[in-house]
Design a binder for this molecule. Structure first.
Ligand code: FES
Ligand code: FES
Length: 157
């Protein structure tokens, strides 16, 4: 099938997509967007979290065909190397990145939280990020990063 989808504000068309392959596969392998990570492919780790329209989803659980005509934003779409999103910058500044494998999904999930709640409590943050697993940090620095981003104010997507 031919897939038409807007990714990070750009209309993209990809041919020869099997309807059953995941949005994560399309992003990483067909569109050259490796930011969303592929850790479990079972919806368990959150490393593949992206926006689909205005909602965050695990891209590994979304069939490519379900994304037809829709709007996807990946971690690459939140900021650039020279102009990081405040959430991305806060993760760096708070020391919340170790191996970094979980970071893209956590950044997108934290971004979504701060979009709807600019000043979340620690409990709110833990709840919002409960689907995103990190094997390195023990989560404290991640919580700090979200509080830091909140204190600086966040940019609208
Ligand atoms: S790779 Fe999608 S939730 Fe783990
Ligand atoms: S920084 Fe390594 S899994 Fe989170």
């Amino acid at each position: 099938m031919r897939l038409n989808v807007t990714v990070n504000g750009e209309k993209r068309q990809v041919d020869d997509v099997w309807e059953g392959e995941s949005l994560l596969y399309v992003l990483r392998e067909r569109m050259g967007l490796p930011g969303s990570k592929n850790a479990c492919e079972q919806g368990e780790c959150g490393s593949c979290t992206v926006y689909l329209d205005a909602t965050t989803v695990c891209a590994c659980l979304v069939a490519a065909g379900q994304a037809e005509g829709r709007d996807v934003v990946t971690v690459e779409g939140l900021g650039t190397a020279g102009d990081l999103d405040p959430v991305q910058q806060a993760f760096l500044d708070a020391g919340a990145v170790q191996c970094g494998f979980c970071t893209p999904g956590l950044v997108v999930a934290a971004h979504e939280l701060l979009d709807r709640d600019p000043d979340p409590s620690t409990v709110d943050i833990r709840e919002a990020l409960a689907g995103n697993l990190c094997r390195c940090t023990g989560y404290e620095k991640i919580i700090d990063a979200v509080h830091l981003a909140a204190s600086r104010g966040t940019s609208a997507r």
